[in-house]
Design a protein around this ligand. Sequence first.
Ligand code: NAP
Length: 305
Amino acid sequence: MAQMYDRVALIGLGLIASSLYWAMKRDGLAGEVVGYARSSETRQTAREIGLCDRICDSAAEAVQDADLVILCVPVGVMGKVAAQIAPMLKPGATVSDVGSVKADVIAQVGPHLPAGVHFVPAHPVAGTEYSGPRSGFAELFENRWCLLVPAADTDPAATARLRKLWEAMGSKVAEMDAEHHDRVLAVTSHAPHLIAYTMVGVADDLSRVTDSEVIEYSAAGFRDFTRIAASDPTMWRDVFLSNKEATLEILGRFTEELFALQRAIRQGDGEHLHAYFTRTRAIRRSIVEAGQDTDAPDFGRSGRK
Ligand code: NAP
């Protein structure tokens, strides 16, 4: 495939950045890919495993002469990283990110970027519960959505070029505004993660079921929760603090529905339960039909989601 950017800088070298590197290299989408991570340990690992063509010891050095800079750090530190790189950005460069929350990241990063630099925030809706420089793989973005959230005054050519890059890595791309993005993701990802964290926490607290029994007799529902609840603590702390309002709104609705189901159980209202589960089953079927999941019975046990 054709090279789309001469030089790309990846700031942060975890799951998403390493997957980006392997995907871009596999398909020849970027000339040189330069990387930077905060800890010398991660930079050392990256050098050892050949992650990036060059690893720099500062973020400012990594972005020099880059045509595309992608911020791949937790959402809570995007602003701090943007401040560090801003003075070294090449005029005409595009700055993007992969953060799971958009409005807060835009508010943090935008003010630091000099005029003449294009800001095209992005969110690949793809991940696993693994993190760090060794966890990435080239296929992560295949057949997954990447949501672009450009501002109204962003240069359409910069957005179109970034869209092509994501499409070349196998993603389906859609554009939406930041507030809408954050509401959608609160429903589809953020609130479900919090519920999984809670459920695993509850099981951990049960006094009449021992820890070893929870693990030994782990059934499908709980097992799937544990996979989600194994996701990176720093990343998810930041997601909830950054997408506070949308997540709290969904959790409020969740609590109301939970109370209604609780009442139905207490009152023996099987009709309510049956109707509810019939509706949710239809949603599951639509997700499988949309190609966003598989019906394979081992879903979720391969370590990818
Ligand atoms: P990751 O594997 O945990 O890697 C995070 C990277 O950010 C590491 O290189 C880490 O540096 C660096 N970092 C952490 N704290 C930092 C700080 N305070 N200052 C500077 N750098 C810091 O994370 P990831 O899964 O790739 O996630 C990166 C971004 O992608 C996040 O914004 C996340 O919301 C988003 N995202 C994640 C997923 C997912 O499922 N994982 C999916 C879509 C989007 P060290 O290695 O030196 O500690």
